[in-house]
Design a protein around this ligand. Structure first.
Ligand code: GLU
Length: 543
């Protein structure tokens, strides 16, 4: 009692008054209350999105609450504006919070939602632990701790502040008073009663049944500046904010024994834990964790700059998390993803395997489902930010651009040319003179042959023809120059002809689009109108 008063003279509130201030939430049975609790380091990664999505689905699917708590206890790592970046990034991926820190301040009655503003609350519980003999001040200096570690290293024993190494654990109150009087800095440590000889069972919602070794370390609860460590803040915050499920990365699993101990010591109901494995990727033949240093695709900003539509990233993460999502999506192509029954039980405990090619496939499907108007709007938004010159082209004649983007859209088998908005320019840049570049015809055919084909084609070309007539004319040109107009015939006897109707189409295609691969040539020519004719004429001149 005396020690508690000595260490926390300013604390007047009690755990009971806090219990009353933060009442139990009135929610239906089974409602999940969970949170994202990021540290504002300025770097938002795909793992944040994965975690956010799991938390969001678990909360909202159960009629519960998702809130945002900013874990800013480590002022050294904090980057200005990081909270805003985080909120915006998650919102971009339709992860919206019901409660918590917002750009404008706090929203909700369980705040403050930024840990540095909660110092007084932590101190109430710190005082209680000291009163109950479960926490004590430690005045060890950095030098003493370093020497201790060296000693442990030499003796080949476990590192940490425990047992006989816990120098201040049982010090008489006089020593504490003297150290305080000298103004020595102190941290508050937990008095662990655990032993590494003991193990117990614990059930994590993702990892399953775990056998856990008790914690015997007297970990720090409050740092010298009175700010809590993650561990202590987690216990106090998730209790007072009435969190039912803690969804977090499994890098916290080693701290779980300590967290469980803390919840018990504080007499808090233990939340359910959902420890998510890291994102993995194949590196050669072995798997490894995605790394901030080596893998640009870990940063969430990467996806925007690479031009992946938000819905594609979202869909991809869903396929990563729940293996049955893909089949569900096939059966329900237009359904709102929220109507999928998400299950944390399907998460891979070892972490999901990130596969870029798969992301591209998912994205192609997503873009293929969009109508031309949507593709136009999103491609333009991307170009305005990352390729302003191209944006000007797209905007010059919106109807023209949309008619291009409409090619092969709708229908049963829509074209899947675009995986990202970056692909738009190479796909359709040739429609605009400033981006028209010819790949050339290669050297398989004599320029004279190509020229003859193009001249014959131009002679008969009538923009009023429908696609069938147009193609019949291409075939007629083919026959005229001695190539095979009938593909079957050509395939049966390729040596009998210098080429086929496919080659003649390629001549026209390269003349009109500059490329050997393009959307439907007839439609392209319809959209380009006189420009198509002009390009063919110019090509003829150059041959
Ligand atoms: N601030 C911790 C982190 O960013 C949060 C872990 C948690 O969700 O409890 O890793």
């Amino acid at each position: 009692m005396e020690l508690a008063a000595l260490l926390f003279p300013h604390v007047s509130e009690t755990p009971d008054s806090l219990e009353a201030r933060y009442p139990l939430r009135q929610l239906p049975e089974g409602a999940v209350v969970t949170r994202m609790a990021p540290s504002p380091t300025g770097f938002v990664h795909l793992g944040n999105l994965v975690q956010g999505l799991v938390a969001e689905r678990m909360a909202h699917q159960s009629g519960g609450v998702l809130f945002l708590r900013v874990e800013d206890t480590d002022a050294k790592r904090e980057v200005p504006g990081a909270v805003e970046v985080l909120i915006d990034s998650l919102k971009h991926y339709s992860i919206c919070f019901d409660e918590g820190a917002t750009k404008e301040g706090d929203n909700g009655i369980y705040g403050p939602y930024r840990q540095r503003q909660r110092a007084e609350l932590y101190h109430v519980y710190a005082k209680k632990l000291v009163e109950q003999g479960m926490a004590y001040p430690c005045f060890c200096t950095e030098e003493e701790l370093t020497a201790m570690r060296a000693d442990q290293e030499e003796k080949k024993v476990n590192f940490g502040y425990y047992g006989s190494y816990a120098l201040w654990r049982d010090r008489p109150i006089e020593d504490v008073k003297a150290a305080l009087a000298e103004g020595k800095p102190w941290v508050l440590r937990f008095r662990s009663t655990g032993s590494i000889e003991n193990q117990f069972k614990y059930n994590d919602l993702v990892k399953g049944a775990l056998t856990i070794t008790e914690n015997d370390i007297d970990h720090v609860l409050l740092k010298a500046d009175g700010i809590p460590t993650y561990h202590f803040a987690h216990a106090v915050d998730d209790h007072l904010m009435r969190t039912t499920h803690v969804v977090r990365g499994d890098e916290w699993l080693p701290s779980l024994p300590f967290h469980l101990q803390l919840f018990r010591a504080l007499d808090f109901k233990i939340p359910k834990y959902v420890h998510i494995g890291p994102l993995m990727k194949m590196d050669g033949t072995s798997k490894r964790k995605l790394s901030k240093r080596k893998d640009p695709e870990l940063a969430l900003t990467y996806y925007k700059a690479a031009g992946f539509p938000v819905c594609a990233v979202y869909e991809y993460i869903m396929t990563l998390l729940n293996s049955n999502y893909e089949d569900w999506r096939k059966a329900n192509p237009t359904a709102d993803s929220d109507s999928f029954k998400f299950s944390y039980k399907k998460l891979n405990p070892a972490g999901a395997l990130f596969d870029y090619a798969k992301l591209c496939d998912v994205s192609k499907n997503e873009i293929a489902k969009m109508d031309a108007q949507t593709v136009y709007a999103l491609a333009l938004e991307f170009a305005e930010e990352f390729d302003p010159d191209f944006a000007l082209c797209l905007k010059r004649d919106p109807d023209f651009t949309k008619s291009i983007l409409a090619i092969g859209r709708g229908g049963k088998k829509p074209r899947k040319d675009l995986a990202t908005w970056q692909d738009v320019k190479p796909y359709m840049g040739f429609f605009y003179d400033e981006y028209f570049v010819s790949e050339g015809f290669g050297d398989r055919y004599e320029p004279a042959v190509i020229k003859a084909a193009l001249e014959a084609f131009l002679e008969g070309y009538d923009p009023a023809d429908d696609a069938n007539v147009w193609f019949d004319k291409v075939k007629a040109v083919t026959a005229k120059i001695g190539f095979a107009a009938d593909m079957k015939e050509y395939k049966a006897n390729p040596d009998a002809f210098p080429g086929s109707v496919a080659d003649v189409s390629t001549f026209i295609r390269v003349a009109v689009t500059g490329k050997t691969n393009s959307p439907d040539l007839y439609t392209v020519m319809q959209i380009l109108g006189s420009k198509a004719v002009e390009r063919i004429s110019k090509t003829i001149e150059s041959l």
